[in-house]
Design a protein around this ligand. Sequence first.
Ligand code: LLP
Length: 391
Amino acid sequence: MFNAELIEGLCNLKTPFYYYDTNLLHQTLVSIKKAADLYNYHTHYAIKANANEKILRIISSYGIGADCVSGHEIKRAVNCGFKKSQIVYAGVGKTDDEIIYALSQNIFCINCESLQEMEIVNNLAFKVGKKQRVALRINPNIEANTHVNISTGTKSTKFGLSSNELDFIISNKDNFSSLLIEGIHFHIGSQITELTVFAHLCAKVNLINTRILESGFKIKHINFGGGLGINYEIPEYQIPDFRKYFAIFNKNFVQRTTQSVHFEPGRSITGQCGMLLTRVLFVKTNENTKTVILDAGLTELLRPALYQANHKIVNLTSKGINELYDIAGPICETTDYFGRSIKLPETQRGDLIAIFSTGAYGEVMASSYNLRSLAEKYFSDEILTKVHTLI
Ligand code: LLP
């Protein structure tokens, strides 16, 4: 992933910056496409994971659809080559302006997450004289066995229609005359590594699907959301096992011949292709602990502070003897750490550090807190020419 020539080139760039391995992204896309095609499954990349335009253009070139959660994401998806007919629009809080915009775009469907949202989309669709395709995002009340802050499938969370709301919709379908209720949608959480969770989801969806079909709805598509986890411990060249993942749905979900099956992978597509490159500003000793202060912090990568996430950290420029370090950022926040007691070769001011698996929920969650500038980004297929022009 990082050879000597590349490291030398990267050392000439101003840190911190994101570095994307576009080869790995292509390989991941080939792999997911092949695995999904085995069962004729449809995938919609979750733009929220990484909305970088170059990354999006690469993803859309594989004919994959998009999962958007704001009007701006829909716009970005369309500009970056995703087909409108393959765009789903989800999100628990859509503004009227966003709904009106989505109505005008003729996208695949709007996923509704509450009764009130259904009423508003119905009214706005009526006003513009349109019958809008929608899917019901249903909260299946399932544990995803992942970090609590990225669990979305239990009834204590704000996501999806509750069973009471679903009952109401089933008994009052005539209230929604401007909606074509054609899909059901689920998303129970992110970074799910216990694949049996998806089998449980299928069991629940089978019951819900049967119930809704029996109530007279013509449900044409089932969307299982995203959530497939990646390997943060050994990230190098790890492409998620998409075959195994889709096989679970093929085995456990009872698909009717009139129904298509959809997924919204985010992290599993872009997670491993991104790295955050940062330099050591200082090495200080507090009590008995050596602390490395980097020039990247939670403003560039929020995941460790928000979800206690561990990303692999590598010193690219030292060949010294291993020592233990706490790795911190420069931000005035006590949680601004990337790791504690991390083994690194003897580390000094100026060393170049790579933080792995930051292609998903990295760059998109950056902020300018402390009035910091947003980090630059470089791509493996452009980097050497860029480096030459910089030298
Ligand atoms: N579909 C829906 C409705 C979602 O809410 C999400 C993610 C996805 C698909 C994509 O999930 P993925 O395949 O990426 O797991 N910032 C957090 C993750 C938040 C996920 C939000 N929803 C993190 O850094 O771990």
